[in-house]
Write a protein that binds this ligand. Structure first.
Ligand code: UDP
Length: 341
């Protein structure tokens, strides 16, 4: 059964490709490699023992997508392809709205025209903003986004729910998965996160700091109202997150109802502070991470972590790997990766 994975060479996409394959699906990758590397395809090939089908295309062209759908007899789509840098999104709002929402609209039109019924959409916990209560459930109110990127995810969710609601005679089943903070890499260390330039995210910066590539990690603020003063997040192993997509896809396939739109948190349910994460990294990998305390980063929320019970009930999925697994796999991947420029 073929599943189209847009952005399948990216961080979460590539791990999902592996998880799909291991679950018996045939992933078909569409990726324009604008923010990913062909080396990841080699890694996927080494893990699954065969070269996956890859289309080097972006998802903006109806004709391109349609011809792929017709050729491959696609059963459903997992849509990762999007720009995702918060800071950059504020500098280039039109590029972000155009790329992230334009490609979603083209994809949806194409799915409806070609009768492809199942879709999983990458959303994230940024939709909750600074929550009033923790952990966040799917009923926690969505707050106004504080970046263009965050807004593209919120609008993306709205486009999907409006479209499903509008259909009377056609079937479309959609899950928006709201990711918490993905970390780690495949345990083989053959695929992992490949940030371009200076990493924005905590764990890639931490592994590069530990490897002596970046100098000290700056912890953005230690005066937050948390036990150790640093921000709290829900760090989920990327293979757990990948497997949540497989579970979501199985859920959609096994439900006959013609119209589904639902949102599901994909996290571990545990909040971990930046300092706790750093100390775990040092303990599990047996080496120090140079760091300094810096000012707060604009736009950071104090604390967010998931109530992941809906995913367990609905998708029969829960995170199985520990934060230590994630930090060990992230470090093994770092050691296996050539030094960035
Ligand atoms: N963080 C940090 N230093 C860095 C990068 C991130 O202290 O170099 C902190 C950031 O302030 C936040 C947490 O690490 O509290 C996770 O940030 P990340 O950018 O990885 O994910 P976000 O939760 O912002 O999506």
């Amino acid at each position: 059964m073929k599943v189209l994975v847009t952005g399948g060479a990216g961080f979460i996409g590539s791990h999902t490709v592996v998880a799909l394959y291991e679950a018996g699906f045939e992933p078909i990758i569409v990726d324009d490699f604008s923010n990913s590397d062909p080396q990841i395809i080699e890694g996927i090939t080494a893990i699954i023992g065969k070269k996956p089908t890859v289309y080097q295309e972006n998802c903006h062209s109806m004709d391109v997508l349609k011809s792929i759908f017709e050729k491959e007899q696609i059963e459903g789509v997992i849509h990762f392809a999007a720009f995702k840098a918060v800071g950059e999104s504020m500098q280039k709002p039109l590029e972000y709205y155009d790329n992230n929402l334009g490609s979603l609209i083209v994809l949806l039109k194409c799915m409806l025209e070609c009768g492809v019924k199942n879709l999983i959409f990458s959303s994230s916990c940024t939709v909750y903003g600074e929550p009033d209560a923790l952990p966040v459930t799917e009923q926690t109110p969505v707050k106004p986004a504080n970046s263009v990127y965050g807004n593209t995810q919120q609008i993306g969710e709205e486009i999907l729910s409006d479209t499903v609601r509008s259909l009377e005679h056609q079937s479309l089943k959609v899950l928006s998965l709201r990711y918490f903070n993905p970390v780690g890499a495949h345990p083989s260390a053959l695929i992992g996160e490949l940030p371009r330039g200076v990493p924005n995210n905590l764990v890639p910066f931490m592994t590069q700091a530990a490897a002596g590539i970046r100098g000290a990690l700056t912890i953005f603020g230690d005066d937050y109202p948390t036990p150790d003063g640093t921000c709290i997040r829900d760090y989920i192993h990327v293979m757990d997150l990948a497997e949540a997509h497989v579970a979501g896809f199985r859920y959609l396939m096994s439900h006959e109802s013609p119209a589904i739109y639902d949102v599901v948190n994909v996290g571990t349910g545990s909040g971990v502070s930046v300092l706790e994460l750093l100390q775990s990294f040092e303990r599990i990998n047996g080496l120090p991470v140079p760091y300094k305390i810096g000012p707060r980063r604009e736009g950071d929320v104090v604390a967010v972590y998931a109530d992941a019970s809906k995913a367990e009930k609905m998708l029969c999925w829960k995170a199985l790997r520990s934060i230590e697994d994630g930090l060990r796999d992230a470090w093994n991947w770092q050691k296996n990766t050539s030094k960035p420029e």
